[in-house]
Design a protein around this ligand. Structure first.
Ligand code: ZN
Length: 196
């Protein structure tokens, strides 16, 4: 049975220190330590290749997942944004586990307060961090992505001729089960939302 939201103010949780991150593995370690302290065993941290959002929380799989591209791009520039993203997704995990609530409602906000990021917004605009491939100075404008994991399979400089209908019956070679009907084209120049 899931609990009801208590009336009294949330107590702050003890979190590991987030400092001196030198590489993505340090962020991975931080996320894993946070999971250990804030949710029950069984949750894991994973990397993905999303280019349009920073992190996501997959409740059914008990996974918090972060874009490796984003973490690499922001490690020096804005570690605080990475830290908040980790805690944002962790708050989803906690709100689900304790109150069986999805989304950015009262339980998620309470979890944010417990994690020390009270006032965290549901989403905010973020620059596109799709990687440029060496030798290709121009940034790709479109990407073929997995709808659920955000993984990128292909980049395009011009709008690909793949309409919805064709995409519905398309899949990546050798990954039919995982990708059939789950591919979509993302315009990398649209404003992205950083969290899900
Ligand atoms: Zn969220």
């Amino acid at each position: 049975m899931w609990g009801r939201l208590p009336q009294k103010d949330p107590e702050p949780l003890l979190l590991p220190a987030a400092e001196n991150w030198k590489n993505p593995e340090d962020v991975e370690k931080y996320a894993e330590e946070c999971l250990e302290l804030c949710v029950s065993p069984g949750w894991t941290m994973r990397w993905d290749r999303a280019v349009k959002r920073l992190g996501c929380c997959r409740l059914n799989e008990k996974v918090i997942s972060f874009s490796r591209y984003f973490v690499e791009a922001y490690l020096e520039k804005d570690p605080e944004l990475i830290r908040r993203t980790v805690l944002h997704e962790l708050a989803h995990a906690r709100a689900w586990e304790k109150y069986h609530e999805r989304g950015h409602g009262a339980a998620w906000q309470r979890a944010c307060a417990e994690l020390g990021i009270a006032g965290e917004r549901a989403a905010c605009a973020c620059e596109d961090f799709s990687p440029t491939r060496p030798g290709h100075e121009r940034k790709a404008r479109y990407a073929l992505c997995h709808k659920e994991t955000g993984e990128v399979y292909r980049y395009y400089y011009r709008k690909p001729r793949l309409n919805e209908r064709r995409l519905r019956y398309s899949y990546m070679p050798g990954q039919k089960k995982e990708t059939l009907g789950k591919l979509h084209i993302v315009n990398l120049q649209d404003n992205a939302s950083i969290h899900e």
